[in-house]
Ligand binder design. Structure first.
Ligand SMILES: NC(=O)c1ccc[n+]([C@@H]2O[C@H](COP(=O)([O-])OP(=O)(O)OC[C@H]3O[C@@H](n4cnc5c(N)ncnc54)[C@H](OP(=O)(O)O)[C@@H]3O)[C@@H](O)[C@H]2O)c1
Length: 224
């Protein structure tokens, strides 16, 4: 079984995903800039799942330990974080970007976004590590839903990558989480579209007062 490391696994989205993977019986490594903070996150997971196979380490060690590296830091810190772990990101690894370039990164609103020169945050990540298989996924799921462990997350996750095998691997990983469907979103440039759905969702959450966040489900799509 491939090992999963979550960089920024101490944060809202990273910890929520970690909880869901652990609930599905998968071993997880939590990465942080501060290994003490990573171990605190591990304690939080073990409080809910005492038999969880989970370790907390610094970001570079987490990358070294993982086959699938999930990058879960705010867009503002994405480039610096990738540069800090680049040395350990060998070309056999898959880097999953769930970063959304919300305009808050430049003092704007969470309901608006900025457009990276490369087209999307995932493509920008790919440009920093051209030899690594970058996959964009999980950009549209709300952390509050992931953390609501009493209920399943009824979302579709659009998975985009230029590497077909890596894309399939992450679609299969998505399916391990009860309620989620991994949808083949095509090549990485489609992250321009998937990332832009998140500020729209945030606006909908505000207007319709959906406190835990609404999700995306494609209808009439069977056999996946
Ligand atoms: N929250 C959501 O509902 C949601 C939904 C969809 C997509 N996303 C995406 O998921 C990613 C993570 O979101 P989040 O809400 O989980 O973020 P977050 O909780 O604000 O931060 C995640 C982690 O980033 C690290 N971090 C914070 N400041 C940093 C800095 N100055 N330099 C480097 N790392 C720093 C921290 O890890 P350490 O201090 O442990 O290093 C922190 O725990 C974002 O790209 C966001 O667009 C989030």
């Amino acid at each position: 079984m491939k090992s999963i490391s979550i960089i920024g696994g101490t944060g809202n989205q990273g910890l929520g995903l970690a909880m869901r993977f652990v609930k599905a019986g998968l071993p997880i490594v939590i990465g942080s800039r501060d290994d003490t903070k990573a171990r605190i996150a591990v304690d939080e997971i073990k409080e809910k799942f005492p038999n969880a196979q989970v370790e907390g380490v610094d970001n570079t060690t987490a990358v070294e330990m993982g086959d699938i590296i999930i990058l879960s830091v705010p867009y503002k810190f994405m480039v610096d974080t990738i540069k800090s772990i680049k040395g350990a990101l060998t070309e056999d690894k898959i880097l999953v970007s769930l970063c959304v370039p919300l305009a808050i990164a430049v003092g704007g609103k969470a309901t608006e976004m900025v457009r990276p020169w490369e087209g999307s945050a995932a493509e920008q990540a790919q440009s920093i590590v051209p030899n690594v298989k970058v996959v964009g996924a999980f950009q549209n799921i709300c952390a509050a839903r992931l953390m609501d462990l009493e209920n399943t997350v009824e979302d579709d996750v659009l998975v985009c990558s230029n590497d077909k095998d890596a894309r399939q691997e992450i679609m299969d990983l998505v399916k391990m989480i009860d309620g989620l469907r991994g949808i083949n979103g095509g090549t990485l440039c489609n992250c321009r579209i998937t990332e832009s759905l998140t500020p729209l969702i945030i606006g909908l959450n505000i207007r319709y007062k959906v406190t835990k966040g609404l999700g995306i489900r494609f209808t009439y799509l069977y056999d996946i």
